[in-house]
Write a protein that binds this ligand. Structure first.
Ligand SMILES: [Zn+2]
Length: 97
């Protein structure tokens, strides 16, 4: 049988979901999926989801480009492009030999 988790959150008068979120935040992981969080309390995927959800709900028009989730998004885009450019010739070479 699994032993009961006994940490500083165990006896707080809060929901199981909230305890999970606090434990994930303490461990530096996403509060929604448990993936490692780059920065802040969520992974990039859920940072973006939360941002777009809040925009819709609050009817916001502006986008603050300096914000963490936008910066991480453009970084991830550049990494994807650079990775594709470098890896495709390397992948095809061994096949020719
Ligand atoms: Zn996540």
């Amino acid at each position: 049988m699994r032993r009961r988790i006994n940490d500083e959150f165990a006896d707080l008068p809060i929901s199981r979901q909230r305890k999970y979120q606090l434990r994930m935040r303490r461990a530096g992981r996403c509060a929604e999926c448990g993936e490692p969080a780059v920065q802040g309390s969520r992974c990039l995927k859920h940072l973006v989801k939360a941002r777009e959800r809040q925009r819709r709900k609050r009817g916001l028009k502006r986008r603050y480009r300096g914000t963490l989730s936008y910066r991480l998004q453009s970084e991830a885009r550049q990494k994807r492009l650079a990775g594709a450019g470098l890896s495709s010739p390397a992948r095809s070479e061994p096949a020719r030999l």
